[in-house]
Design a protein around this ligand. Structure first.
Ligand SMILES: Nc1ncnc2c1ncn2[C@@H]1O[C@H](COP(=O)(O)OP(=O)(O)O)[C@@H](O)[C@H]1O
Ligand SMILES: [Mg+2]
Length: 325
């Protein structure tokens, strides 16, 4: 089969950490052709989505002690070719947030792919539907007390009621713009002004969960089923657990509550074509549903001795076969 990945520039990916590379490597290892492209390389000709595609060959990472090691020349690219994306069996849209207007335009281009020929993961409709922060709001029983507002008074009232809160820009990732809030903070008003661009852009504000000190669990979900998890524990003076800001990845198990949250989320994920997703759980609460370029596979593979990329690729192959029957 042929797999295409719409990714950020490959030279900037970290093969030992990046989940896109883990899936690409798995596809190659299982005998498939792997192509890469970038969001701005897509277009529509005669009603069909096309892209410049480059066949890529990778040297797989190897585990050395507690980390993955990659060769300096870990990938090699063939000449680019302008091709209909329907010649691919699967297209993975894995561009990092923020979800900008050009990003949304790319999802409209992906709408022009005939779904009976090519699976698009995640579905362009799902990518437009699911804001990574707001999507969790529909699971009212699973999330901590949360508001969304651009209004200083509304935000202050909530934070004072809770004692402490966490502010999240709606388009952020990897801990970017995440702020700890207390009503007594002398910068409180200024923080809200900066984060909301002077009251013009709503932000999410959530009650502060002390359980975050013990970690923020990433659960990787494939077609609504949890396939693995890793805990990310804040280190040093940092309150955020994201790996990108130094969070330590730690082996973990799924609790009964985690499974309950997965079950609550699964029907919506399936409905919205959100096949490959990473949900974040702090203590007993769902805090985020990552749909654009969820990460975690490399860490889970290393800690649990598994190869989740293989599972993802096999799922894609089986669902393509089921569709063609
Ligand atoms: N309600 C909360 N209480 C305490 N800490 C939180 C809360 N929400 C998020 N955090 C911390 O902030 C980090 C980033 O939050 P998250 O909502 O996952 O956004 P993103 O990962 O997209 O930046 C988490 O890893 C966690 O450590
Ligand atoms: Mg997160």
């Amino acid at each position: 089969m042929k797999f295409a990945f719409i990714i950020d520039p490959i030279a900037r990916l970290d093969p030992g950490h990046d989940t896109s590379v883990a899936i690409m490597e798995a596809a190659q290892g299982l005998g498939h052709e792997v192509y890469v492209t970038e969001a701005n390389q897509l277009g529509v000709v005669a009603g069909r989505a096309h892209s410049w595609l480059q066949l890529v060959t990778m040297k797989p990472v190897v585990q050395v002690g507690n980390s993955w090691q990659s060769a300096p020349d870990w990938y090699q690219l063939a000449q680019r070719q302008w091709q209909p994306l329907e010649e691919m069996d699967a297209v993975f849209m894995r561009t990092d947030p923020p979800v900008t207007v050009p990003y949304l335009y790319v999802t409209y281009i992906l709408d022009c792919i005939d779904k009976s020929k090519t699976q698009v993961i995640n579905s362009p409709i799902g990518l437009r539907t699911a804001n990574e922060k707001m999507y969790a709001l529909q699971f009212a029983d699973a999330i901590p007390e949360t508001i969304v507002s651009a209004d200083k008074q509304v935000i202050r009232e909530a934070v004072e009621r809770w004692g402490a809160g966490v502010l999240k820009p709606l388009g952020g990732k990897a801990g970017e713009g995440i702020l700890f809030l207390e009503g007594s903070d002398r910068n409180f008003n200024s923080i809200i002004e900066v984060s909301t661009h002077q009251g013009k852009e709503p932000v999410m504000v959530q009650t502060y969960l002390p359980a975050a000190k013990a970690g923020d669990k990433r659960v990787v979900m494939l077609n609504g089923e949890p396939i693995g998890a890793v805990n990310r524990v804040p280190t040093g003076k940092e309150f955020r657990g994201n790996m990108a800001v130094g969070g330590r990845s730690e082996k973990t198990e799924l609790t009964a509550r985690d499974l309950e949250i997965c079950q609550q989320v699964a029907p919506a994920l399936r409905r919205d074509g959100l096949i490959f997703v990473g949900i974040d759980i702090i203590g007993d609460y769902l805090t985020e549903v990552n749909v654009t370029s969820p990460t975690g596979i490399r860490e889970i593979d290393r800690l649990d001795g598994v190869r989740l990329g293989n599972q993802v690729v096999k799922w894609v192959v089986e669902s393509a076969q089921a569709q063609s029957q």
